[in-house]
Design a protein around this ligand. Structure first.
Ligand SMILES: Cc1ncc(C[n+]2csc(CCOP(=O)(O)OP(=O)(O)O)c2C)c(N)n1
Length: 730
């Protein structure tokens, strides 16, 4: 690296004159800024030569970024950057070669193994957490990351490794004064998740450094469309405990001063910080955009005057820190470095065609294996009035308690999951506590404390987004979505983040959180917004395990598998089954586990197979008993228990046995979960069939409030019976 030995002309100490920066650091700033720009330029060239396939630049943001990095510590603090942060990631220690490996889609691309577009940074070593393309999804995760850091600081024992579950593969490192950096553009501040993240960080006084890189455009949409009044700093100014900075982000020294003050506030644990940097965007949004279509020449020229490269170069020369010769030497050296990195990257082995198969799920723990087979303990006492069988709600609660006792990394939150947020009411025994609208988490806060079991704001993206950040750091969040009907605000996190963290980072990061969701109808008055079932939307997502138990014992055993495994799990709990008489069981002990992807034969039969799950299981059982009574037809009833993965072997052998099959499910008939099963049976078992595959499901509408109409909409035992009779006659 070329640095000048020249000292400032006057006798003011560099540290004072340059906000604590030495001349060496300033020269290094220039080098990184220039390097970052040259890498962008090189990528632009490579894209035009069709040697890479996408380009988005960090041009104009570089000064702010080198300043941020200088105030923080790589591999110590945590980083959730966005695509304009090339100069930040270079300053933290990523090399040009590593960055270009991503551009060409190389096998050794450390960020994603050829899976993500360029500028989607990740580095385990440097604590740069895998980044995605949706604008703003990183913000809540950064909050969760900071919460995890705080949790481990106050529960250091939780960080210890443990064999026998996901903890064996999750190294936890934390520091008492660590900071979590997260950045976004000013356009992204329009996302609801931005406000949710700011709100939670403020409320919890978390050490999150929010950086808004304001280049005044989100592709072609100017800031006045995004932000009321045109200035985000003004809007966030009243969030408590924040340290705020608004700075010219093309001025590296002023930016460094702003970050230094912010980081001091953060390390002293006084609350979060917000740095609003005014930057420029001298290139179009990306190479897929042409800004001349919406920005006139005069406006584009205006910002050139603020280009951070020329600004810092002129400053260094003016101050006598480096002369023109020195600049030329430094730039030549950088150009050679870029050339060398480009040559190497272009000849690096590309990601292999079948590499897509790797890391959809954990390579370390297979929840479908027999390691997760642990039968229930024999009941301690014979069934009598003192040990009545437990409901599904009881046994889910029991599993949560057992696992929390066993694993200090488990934290639980969601809407109303705490016994009582105002702890003093519990302590003074003024109240008994709530513990969930369905009481599934009852007593957990009382036993495990308010830092392990707590209420979240009424914001589903917050629940899942924070859980993703926590799980990335090694905690095991087991969060609750109160009603499936209200899961949709979390969809971004559930579809684009939770199940993708591992795959998109080529196993660099993982996020094995458990999301418990109360689902389903048959409630007599549940109506449109308390009865929904759309599980196939989630079984459609690679990387996510989806579980849907039908009885108390399965719920207990499968939930334990969900918690101990190393993959993200959506655990669907049918509200109607929570306290049903059907499927109660004695407490199975603290180790009961059922592997994923293993169906249960509820009932043996020779004539018809019904494949189903959830609340349709008891209804099918009723219908099966009736058709046997009425017609002597015997039904083989298969309860899938887990929907992704599902037990194809069990399906195939049951279908081969009976040659007639019904797939039954509570969701609307069309495009439902049964369509996939029916299609695969038709495809692979066609010759074993004596009749067409039939489906029994809800009508293609929503669930109505009036119970008579609700009955007509949802699949009933009568519907199943009729379908069985017709199929037997076919
Ligand atoms: C949720 C989402 N919506 C839309 C897009 C498409 N998109 C990519 S970048 C971008 C503009 C982002 O603007 P801003 O946050 O101001 O950042 P800048 O690119 O200007 O730095 C848009 C609309 C996206 N990636 N994610």
């Amino acid at each position: 690296m070329a640095t000048s030995k020249a000292e400032p002309k006057n006798d003011v100490k560099p540290e004072e004159k340059y906000q604590g920066l030495t001349t060496k650091q300033l020269t290094q700033f220039y080098r990184t800024i220039y390097l970052s720009r040259r890498l962008d330029d090189r990528e632009i060239l490579l894209k035009r030569q069709q040697k890479i396939f996408f380009q988005i630049s960090g041009a104009g943001h570089e000064a702010l970024m080198v300043a941020a990095a200088a105030a923080l510590k790589p591999g110590y603090d945590w980083f959730y950057p966005y695509y304009r942060d090339r100069a930040l990631t270079l300053s933290l220690g990523m090399t040009p070669y590593e960055q270009l490996l991503q551009s060409v889609g190389a096998a050794d691309d450390p960020s994603s193994g050829g899976r993500q577009m360029p500028s989607h940074w990740a580095s385990r070593k440097l604590n740069i957490v895998t980044q995605s393309s949706p604008t703003g999804t990183q913000l809540l995760q950064a909050v969760g990351c900071a919460e995890a850091g705080r949790y481990f600081s106050s529960h250091p024992e939780a960080a210890e490794k443990h064999d026998g579950d996901y903890r064996a593969f999750k190294n936890v490192v934390f520091h008492g004064d660590e900071v979590v950096y997260v950045s976004c553009g000013e356009g992204t501040t329009s996302q609801g998740e931005f406000w949710e993240a700011i709100n939670s960080a403020s409320n919890l006084k978390l050490p999150v450094l929010f950086v808004v890189e304001d280049n005044e455009y989100a592709i072609s949409v100017p800031v006045e469309v995004q932000t009321a009044g045109g200035n985000i700093s003004r809007l966030v100014a009243n969030f408590p405990d924040f340290h705020f900075e608004e700075v010219d982000g093309t001025d590296a020294i002023a930016s460094y001063a702003a970050f230094s003050r912010a980081v001091e506030h953060l390390r002293a644990r006084r609350g979060p910080a917000f740095v609003h940097g005014h930057v420029i965007r001298p290139y179009s949004h990306s190479l897929s955009d042409d800004e001349r279509l919406y920005r006139p020449e005069a406006e584009r020229q205006e910002q050139v005057k603020r280009d951070p490269i020329t600004r810092l170069q002129m400053f260094l020369i003016r101050e006598g820190i480096i002369d023109e010769k020195g600049i030329n030497r430094l730039e030549k050296e950088v150009d050679e470095e870029v050339q060398e990195a480009t040559d190497r990257a272009l000849s690096a082995p590309l990601a292999e065609r079948d590499s897509w198969k790797r890391f959809i799920y954990s390579p370390d723990i297979d929840p479908t294996s027999n390691a997760f087979l642990h039968p229930p303990d024999a009941p301690k006492a014979a069934k009598d009035e003192k040990t009545p069988d437990k409901t599904m709600a009881d046994l889910i609660n029991a599993c949560l308690k057992d696992e929390m006792r066993r694993d200090a990394r488990i934290v639980m939150f969601g809407e109303d999951v705490a016994d009582c947020t105002r702890e003093q009411y519990l302590k003074q025994k003024q109240v008994k506590g709530k513990g969930g609208v369905f009481k599934l988490t009852s007593g957990l806060q009382c036993e495990f404390g308010s830092d392990r079991v707590f209420n979240s704001p009424l914001a589903e993206a917050t629940i899942v987004g924070r859980a993703v950040g926590m799980a990335t750091r090694g905690l095991k969040p087991v969060v609750e979505i109160q009603f499936f009907d209200y899961i949709w605000p979390a969809m971004h996190q559930l579809r684009n983040e939770l199940p993708l963290i591992r795959w998109r980072s080529n196993n660099g990061f993982s996020s094995p959180a458990v999301v418990r969701v109360a689902i389903g109808g048959y409630l007599t008055g549940g109506a449109v917004y308390h009865s929904q079932c759309s599980e196939s939307i989630f079984t459609h997502i690679p990387g996510l395990r989806v579980v849907f138990p039908s009885n108390a014992l399965d719920a207990n055993g499968l939930l334990r598998t969900a918690i101990r495994c190393d993959d993200p799990v959506m655990f669907l709990e049918h509200k109607r089954l929570y306290r049903e008489t059907y499927g109660r069981a004695p407490y199975p002990g603290p180790e009961h586990m059922i592997p994923f992807g293993k169906a249960r034969t509820v009932r043996q039969g020779d004539d018809i197979t019904v494949i189903t799950y959830g609340a349709v299981v008891p209804r099918t059982l009723q219908a099966a008993q009736r058709i046997e009574r009425d017609h002597g037809v015997t039904v083989e009833l298969l309860d899938l228990r887990t929907l992704s993965p599902y037990d194809w072997d069990a399906i195939a052998s049951a279908v081969r046995k009976t040659s007639r099959v019904i797939v039954a499910y509570e969701d609307v008939l069309s495009w439902g979960y049964g369509a996939e099963i029916a299609a695969r049976i038709a495809d692979e078992l066609f010759e074993d069939l004596d009749a067409p595959v039939r489906r029994v499901a809800a009508k293609d509408t929503f669930v109505a409030y009036q119970p008579l109409v609700e009955d007509a909409i949802l699949p009933q035992a009568d519907d199943l019976y009729e379908a069985m009779v017709k199929l037997a006659e076919f």
